[in-house]
Design a protein around this ligand. Structure first.
Ligand code: NAP
Length: 405
């Protein structure tokens, strides 16, 4: 009989993910994330540690005292968290350290990070608020997804020189991870694309559009529309036959969305009243909303939603620089308009990656998805400045740092 791992690999699921998912299928089929978490803990790595096998248990969250004081093993230049930031991050919130490149243990590989993914959620990982992963501990390397090259290996399935991505690489020159956490790149996929379309950005867009989609011709509004997740979501939804309207913060982004990406219309939330603009662009109301930002924009869209509308709650970047909880003044509209709001995390959907990649990979190969990347050259000391770009909106597409060739 085929074991779960061989089956998943034969179905085209990347080996590392297949391995993790296979363990879950054996242990607790109801929760993929927990199975991966267990593997990480066995290897002494940080990941949400739950207090029970119940997948609903969130008691590992930072609010309940969960803090990762280990971080990903690594070396070279490393960026450690020095204090919990208030507002936009400052250089003084971090400390640079220079450490030897580690030696891998059995089953591990050392990767030279070439690209470091810069994501809004990294700001939430270094805050003290309850989160979906433990907070990065003070003195610990800042958590980040990376893409790079294997330089030392004691894992049978990973040769030196292999290009890989890893979701826990960290803001450091070298990381050391068990091989099942490192995904070798399929031939011909550039490293940068493995952090944008073919990484968690593509999966997030795909999951959110699945939540929003009901029938062709439905009106979808996407906030953060010109960004990494938003721009893929816009194009995927358009391809599936929805009418798509984006919200973004500069004229250049609005022009790109309408003229290059080809969505049905776009709203500049910095110069227009969002509600008035929705009335003008979507006279029959809004059927679905892909929410990347929360805040006033969420409230404005909710006021213009049709009955039985769907909201895919991807993120609330409007509030990531703020350590207090926020309120939604339009909460009652969920009942009045019988709306469905679904929060989601891409990491709970790793087992769907094959279906996702089949669709968006196919669209990309057919030239039907445009990918925009914003690649900053420099060393890891430039991280705080790069992270802040996400909050001023000065990034154009998926933001990442290229720290080595
Ligand atoms: N649920 C998941 O599993 C998951 C996974 C990945 C990402 N996400 C979420 O998806 C969202 C987008 O992430 P991304 O990586 O694609 O980033 P991104 O959209 O490429 O960059 C962030 C953009 O957000 C906009 N923004 C910043 N502050 C804003 C504010 N106060 N109000 C409105 N817009 C604001 C800026 O664009 P403008 O110029 O348009 O203002 C900025 O360029 C984030 O909320 C992130 O946490 C969720």
């Amino acid at each position: 009989m085929t074991d779960a791992r061989s089956y998943l690999t034969s179905q085209g699921v990347e080996a590392a993910i297949a391995s993790a998912v296979a363990e879950v299928i054996k242990a607790r089929p109801e929760n993929a994330l927990q199975g991966i978490a267990d593997q990480l803990y066995q290897n002494g790595l940080p990941w949400p540690k739950r207090n029970s096998a119940d997948p609903r248990d969130a008691s590992w969250s930072a609010g309940a005292g969960g803090e990762d004081t280990v971080g990903t093993k690594g070396g070279g230049k490393r960026l450690l968290l020095a204090s919990r930031p208030v507002g936009n991050v400052k250089d003084t919130d971090f400390r640079l350290s220079q450490e030897p490149v580690p030696e891998p243990n059995d089953g591990e590989a050392v990767v030279q990070n070439l690209y470091i993914s810069i994501d809004p959620t990294q700001r939430t990982w270094i805050s003290g608020l309850t989160n979906y992963m433990p907070a990065v501990g003070i003195g610990t390397v800042v958590r980040a997804a990376c893409a790079g090259r294997v330089v030392k290996s004691r894992a049978d399935n990973l040769q030196v020189g292999t290009l890989v991505t890893g979701y826990l690489g960290g803001v450091q020159d070298y990381c050391c991870l068990p091989s099942f956490l490192l995904n070798p790149l399929p031939e011909g996929v550039p490293l940068n694309l493995s952090l944008s379309l073919f990484g968690l950005m593509g999966l997030t867009a795909w999951i959110g559009v699945n939540i929003c989609e009901r029938k062709k011709g439905d009106v979808l509004v996407v906030s953060g529309a010109a960004g990494a997740v938003g721009s893929i979501a816009c194009q995927l939804a358009k391809h599936r036959g929805m009418k798509v309207f984006g919200i973004a913060g500069t004229k250049e982004k609005i022009d790109w969305l309408v003229n290059d990406v080809g969505i049905d219309g776009a709203i500049n939330y910095k110069t227009e009243n969002v509600e008035d603009a929705i009335v003008r662009l979507c006279p029959s109301g809004v059927d679905a909303y892909f929410d990347n930002v929360g805040g006033n924009i969420l409230e404005a869209v909710m006021r213009k939603m049709n009955r039985f509308g769907r909201i895919a709650y991807s993120g609330h970047i409007d509030h990531y620089n703020n350590d207090s909880e926020f309120q939604i003044s339009t909460y009652r509209l969920i009942q009045v308009k019988t709306l469905t709001i679904m929060g989601f995390l891409c990491i709970d959907h790793l087992s769907e990656i094959k279906a996702c990649m089949d669709e968006i990979g196919g669209l990309f190969q057919a030239g039907k998805i445009k990918v925009r990347e914003d690649i900053e050259d420099g060393d890891i000391s430039a991280y705080p400045k790069a992270l802040n770009k996400l909050f001023t909106g000065s990034n154009k597409g998926k933001l990442m740092m290229r720290i080595a060739e």
